[in-house]
Design a protein around this ligand. Structure first.
Ligand code: NI
Length: 220
């Protein structure tokens, strides 16, 4: 093993530092560029993000907004009817084979866990299948899980406004097991909104009911 002379070591050390700072600079450029592109993509995908009529308070994803639907009693309701207390919003349909029932069971269990405090939150189930899920049918369906859940349906156009506001994906697909019938492929998150109708958090349909109840309780 040969020993480098001190000046050589110093020179190569300086070169290393120079290379390192060039790398850092390049990395900073790439990160900056990526951030710029991501911001542009976000703005393109969310044209309302800086627009009028949306409330941006925390920089969180803009989920939620106005809707006008019909509840299980036949009453026309909008988001304003739920103002002043948090909402737990979930989308699905009565013919859903497993995901929606599982999610509704979690919501029902969370409401049970909240006990008397459950009155302080509005659990809302909005159909993604308005053609089959009439308000009455949807109401009977949610009541089989929990009497406190609000069922909302409406015209396909009304429902489209709500799914768009909550950025829910929903698309009809042929039912492989029942020829002539269809299913609705859909995203299945629960959206926790605060008393001002602002998005707080979302949960998968498989969230633990106790955890869900705890998160709701924080807003009560
Ligand atoms: Ni479903």
């Amino acid at each position: 093993m040969t020993k480098k002379n001190p000046s050589e070591t110093k020179a190569s050390g300086t070169a290393t530092v120079a290379r390192a700072s060039r790398k850092t600079l390049l990395l900073a450029l790439i990160v900056g560029l990526a951030a710029g592109v991501m911001t542009a993509v976000f703005l393109l995908a969310n044209p309302n993000s800086s627009g009028v009529g949306q409330t941006e308070t925390t920089g969180k994803a803009l989920i939620g907004g106005p809707f006008a639907l019909t509840d299980q009693t036949g009453k026309r309701v909008t988001e304003k009817d739920f103002a002043g207390r948090p909402m737990l919003v979930y989308f699905g349909f009565t013919n859903c084979p497993d995901v929606c029932p599982a999610g509704l069971q979690v919501i029902a269990a969370a409401l049970d866990r909240l006990g008397h405090k459950a009155k302080g939150v509005s659990p809302i189930f909005i159909t993604v299948d308005p053609e089959r899920d009439t308000p009455e049918l949807l109401g009977k369906y949610v009541a089989s899980f929990h009497s406190g859940i609000v069922a909302l349906s409406g015209s396909p156009e009304d429902v489209a406004v709500a799914t768009k506001a909550y950025r829910v994906y929903a698309k009809k697909a042929p039912d492989a097991e029942r020829p002539g019938e269809y299913n609705v492929d859909h995203s299945s998150f629960m959206y926790l909104m605060n008393a001002n109708g602002e998005f707080v958090k979302h949960f998968p349909h498989s969230v633990d009911a106790n955890q869900l109840a705890d998160e709701v309780a924080k807003l009560l």
